[in-house]
Design a protein around this ligand. Structure first.
Ligand SMILES: [Ca+2]
Ligand SMILES: [Ca+2]
Ligand SMILES: [Ca+2]
Ligand SMILES: [Ca+2]
Length: 641
């Protein structure tokens, strides 16, 4: 549905009222249908006019039901082929977190967005710990005193809440988190984004954090900060900080939006002015300076939720991607000379194929098809499908989603967290998407779109194709949730990647990966084992992965921006270590390479941001190897089985 001058040739139904016209498409296209969207051409007008044009509304519901029913039919699950999958271990792990939105009926915009989550190893013992940002009550509405949560990994499958002892029991309207060793002293520090003032917590190396926001010069006027990522954009060895900002909103400037003309609903971001992202450059004195304008990143039209670091043109300089909600996505090319050039439109990642600015939420980038270049994944609103912008290698991207399972299966989903990770360890990066609507009454308006939604797990079957196997991963994993953030880490150190998913106003859920099980099962190929997805069933051996931990020396200590290439079975895969990605969340800063059943890899090459290269000739699978810049392998810890 769209508003504007009537065009009979594109409108099956056109209702004229005053000078405005609401057009209802009747072409039964599941790919191009726009029923309830936040796209720039339809959503704002849809919501603004919905209360007025009751007749049109009713007709459009009918249409939405028709199109969405078609789409659901196309994504009917096949019978489960594998009883194993991801096991909900939240209770066993002792995670008792509950997200607090502060909602009390006024439907304030920030309530729908959080929370994110982060895997960080705050005590440096090699076991990933968990940080969960939390919201708080609105001014004058104090009922609870919610806090963020830090859970220390007990190394036995359980976690202990150490928030208070760690100095993180700070009440704030927190949304996201990004962790890295910004001061290069060997421990991971934590940046927490928030409504109001975001905060930097410096790790003292003894199990506690100090709020150094002010000392580090990171204070700002009140902002609505969302995704964040640590990145050394100028490669001086000191980490810099990218922060996405959403819109200009305060309780005082809150606007009344409605879906039914009577009760208040959550407004789309189109109701508010955008806000520029910020880039803070890390200085030698440990403080930061705001270089947003200086480097060409200032853009107050952005409405950013997800941020990702990638090197899309493979020139060795980290580029930045902002997933914007109802505004074009932004792709900032790093010139290597302290400046960025915005290339989103030119590169083809700003809009959908139809030229619509979609509701960008989460974002990630990786070379999922071994083209040599990172492709881009962005989650969008329901009726918009995911974007899978394939990197064509010459500065151009083509959205492969509309022609693939990734698009078809995600059409009705409202995606938030999204990332590439190799859940079945076959050497091909799969895709996880956490879904959930923002409007709890959406089913009243669009019966086929649910508030709580099932996740997607797209298994990479090779040749650029994916298959949604979420429903084969067990009922707990496939259950509908109002999901938001997500991150991965190998929390139990058995060599496979486990998942943490947060829900809006609900619990955080930890899933143990039990999909990768011994013994390796093959589907009939006698060719070289492993690295072709079609020769291996999706139950690869977890002990046949290789995990790489990085320690920079001249480069930043966390090794962010380093590229690791692993050759095994005659094929090479690569990943860049990076902070950010997903939605308001960050995964562990360890790289996991699935070897598809091979027990030996080599060579393994690390190209550091400094330009230094470390090369290991042969590395056995089944272990986490630490590679230190200029020294090669400096530690190795076998997986626990
Ligand atoms: Ca540190
Ligand atoms: Ca830097
Ligand atoms: Ca895979
Ligand atoms: Ca694991």
């Amino acid at each position: 549905m769209s508003s504007g001058p009537c065009k009979a040739r594109v409108c099956g139904l056109c209702v004229l009222r005053a000078s405005l016209c609401l057009c209802v498409e009747t072409k039964p296209s599941t790919q191009r249908h726009k029923g309830y969207t936040r796209g720039a051409d339809s959503a704002g007008s849809w919501r603004r006019l919905a209360g007025v044009f009751g007749l049109v509304l009713a007709l459009s519901w009918g249409h939405a039901r028709f199109a969405t029913a078609q789409a659901e039919q196309a994504t009917q699950p096949k019978p489960a082929e594998n009883a194993r999958g991801f096991t909900d271990v939240t209770a066993a792990a002792g995670l008792r977190f509950r997200h607090h939105t502060g909602a009390f009926g006024k439907k304030y915009l920030p309530e729908t967005l959080g929370p994110g989550c982060a895997f960080l190893d705050y005590d440096g013992d090699g076991w990933p710990d968990i940080f969960l940002p939390n919201g708080r009550d609105w001014p004058g509405r104090r009922r609870a005193a919610p806090r963020p949560a830090l859970y220390r990994n007990n190394r036995n499958g359980a976690f202990t809440n150490v928030t208070r002892a760690a100095g993180l029991a700070v009440e704030m309207y927190a949304l996201g988190a990004a962790a890295a060793d910004y001061d290069n002293d060997g421990d991971q520090d934590l940046f927490v984004t928030a409504l109001g003032q975001s905060r930097l917590f410096q790790n003292n190396g003894k199990g506690a954090f100090t709020d150094v926001t002010q000392m580090a010069g990171l204070t700002t006027p009140p902002e609505f900060s969302t995704g964040a990522a640590w990145v050394d954009f100028d490669k001086d060895g000191r980490l810099d900080l990218l922060i996405g900002n959403y819109v200009q909103w305060t309780p005082e400037t809150d606007i009344f939006c409605t879906l039914d003309g009577v009760s208040k609903s959550y407004c789309t971001p189109e109701s508010y002015q955008g806000a520029s992202a910020r880039l803070w450059r890390g200085r030698s004195d440990g403080a930061f300076e705001d270089v947003t304008r200086m480097v060409g990143l200032h853009d107050p039209t952005s409405k950013t939720l997800g941020v990702a670091v990638l090197d899309f043109n493979q020139d060795g300089w980290p580029d930045l991607l902002l997933a914007n909600d109802t505004q074009p996505n932004k792709l900032y090319e790093n010139s290597g000379k302290g400046a960025f050039l915005e290339k989103g439109l030119l590169a083809g990642v700003a809009f959908s194929e139809e030229g619509v600015a979609r509701a960008g939420m989460g974002v990630d980038a990786a070379d999922y098809d071994r083209s040599g270049y990172p492709s881009i994944l962005i989650s969008n609103f329901s009726n918009q499908m995911l974007a899978l912008y394939h990197n064509e290698g010459h500065g151009l991207f083509v959205d492969e989603a509309p022609r693939s399972e990734v698009g078809r299966a995600s059409l009705l989903s409202l995606g938030f967290a999204v990332f590439f990770f190799d859940f079945d360890l076959d050497g091909w990066l799969d895709i996880f998407v956490a879904n959930g609507h923002i409007e709890n009454e959406i089913e009243r308006i669009q019966p086929r779109v649910k508030y709580a939604q099932a996740p997607h797990l797209f298994r990479n079957t090779g040749a650029g194709k994916f298959e949604d196997v979420a429903r084969k991963m067990g009922p707990a994993f496939a259950a509908r949730r109002v999901a938001r953030g997500a991150a991965y880490a190998d929390y139990d150190n058995d060599g496979d990647l486990d998942l943490l998913v947060t829900t809006n106003g609900g619990p955080a859920v930890l899933f143990r990966n039990d999909a990768a099980v011994p013994p390796l099962r093959r589907s009939g190929s006698s060719g070289p084992p492993g690295l072709r997805a079609d020769t291996v069933s999706f139950a690869a051996r977890a002990d046949h992965s290789l995990r790489i931990r990085l320690a920079g020396v001249k480069s930043n200590r966390s090794g962010l921006g380093a590229v690791v290439r692993v050759t095994a079975g005659g094929a090479t895969q690569w990943q860049m270590l990076r902070s950010g990605s997903s939605y308001l969340s960050q995964s562990e800063l360890v790289l996991t390479f699935g070897l598809g059943g091979l027990s030996l890899a080599g060579p393994v090459e690390v190209r550091w941001p400094s330009g230094a290269v470390d090369r290991l000739a042969r590395v056995a699978a089944g272990q986490t190897v630490t590679i230190t810049e200029g020294r090669g392998q400096t530690a190795a810890v076998p997986f626990l089985r």
